[in-house]
Design a protein around this ligand. Structure first.
Ligand code: DHK
Length: 329
């Protein structure tokens, strides 16, 4: 059985809802949830949309799913409420940071296959990558099977117990350290070149030089390797293809280097894609756009880019990569 465990995407909210409703109807698993099936099934679409959005993109929550083929067979969520937000366990407001594992579910057909272990590991890696040092969860006192699973996964009883609407719950916790985060921090950078940059080498050589796109990609790949990163390079003349590549980078890239070509000066959609995925990015221009026509002086990206390099020829890509690397090292 080949199962992929990954973070959800915001547009997957219907699947988030379906899996949650499935869990709430499961006679064995539902003991773990405070919410009822009836209450959850009455929630409007925008409740699920917001929930998926928050746990797909933000730092405050991360939801992970186990996917077998195209079926979602398990899930876990980490909530990272900030100090001053509601304290799930004790009531009142949180006075210290606390990350909590909630919503653990594995479909009955996939129990005993190690899926839970992979899900919990992914959750721990993500929490560690956010800088958390401790992960807690609560488990019903009578749910001894779940307690055994959590113990096996490194959680220990903290000695704290709560009484909630379902009865008594024990708190369990595990510590996290930087090593837990290592597997999750992607060491890959996406290099994106936009319209007309496939013509480098022959296109207006007095402006862009004689190096080709292949030369650019080779240079950046070699420099990335020196800095300990993999590089994925793509070029397209189509705005939508660039946006799709930027969205996909969320899955496995730490940062983006982009020369959007002429779209620099026109594309709100490209700007929105880059701010939307919230990865650090460098905006590179081979020529000195500020010394050229007036319409090239305006950029939709400069004010949101982490690094901005112009007028260094193709060496500018190397400069951008080095600066970007200091932000994500
Ligand atoms: C490349 C382009 O294709 C132009 O449209 C930009 C940029 C500048 C560059 O200098 O790399 O205006």
């Amino acid at each position: 059985m080949s199962i992929e465990v990954r973070r959800i995407r915001a547009d997957e909210w219907p699947a988030v809802r379906a899996l949650r409703l499935e869990a709430l109807q499961d006679p064995v698993a539902s003991i773990a949830f405070l919410e009822t099936f009836e209450a959850a099934s009455e929630q409007p679409d925008n409740f699920w949309q917001e929930r998926a959005q928050n746990s797909a993109d933000g730092y405050g929550a991360g939801q992970f799913v186990a996917v077998d083929g195209d079926e979602w067979v398990g899930t876990v969520t980490v909530l990272r409420p900030a100090i001053g937000e509601a304290d799930f366990h004790n009531g009142g407001l949180l006075t210290a940071p606390q990350s909590v594992v909630v919503g653990v579910y594995v479909r009955s057909t996939h129990r005993g296959t190690g899926v839970i272990s992979t899900l919990l590991e992914k959750a721990a890696q993500w929490a560690a990558a956010q800088g958390d040092t401790r992960l807690t969860l609560t488990v019903h006192v009578e749910n001894t099977r779940a307690q055994a699973v959590y113990r096996r996964e490194g959680y220990a009883m903290t000695g704290v117990a709560y009484t909630d609407t379902d009865g008594r719950e024990y708190e369990m916790a595990r510590t996290l350290d930087a090593a837990d985060a290592l597997d999750v921090a992607p060491r890959r950078i996406l290099l994106v070149n936009g319209p007309n940059l496939n013509l480098l080498g022959t296109r207006e050589p007095e402006v862009y030089g004689t190096a080709t796109l292949a030369d650019v990609e080779e240079l950046v790949t070699a420099e990335a390797a020196d800095l300990g990163f993999d590089l994925r390079a793509m070029q397209s003349n189509h705005e939508g293809a660039l946006i799709d590549a930027i969205h996909a980078a969320r899955e496995d890239c730490a940062a983006i280097i982009i020369n959007p070509g002429g779209l620099t000066h026109t594309s709100v959609a490209l700007r929105d894609a880059l701010t939307g995925v919230a990865l650090p990015f460098a905006d590179v221009h081979i020529s000195d756009v500020y010394a050229r026509e007036e319409f090239r002086h305006h950029s939709y990206l400069t004010d949101v880019a982490n690094v901005h390099v112009v007028g260094q020829g193709i060496e500018g890509y190397r400069t951008a990569l080095r600066q970007l690397a200091t932000l994500i090292a």
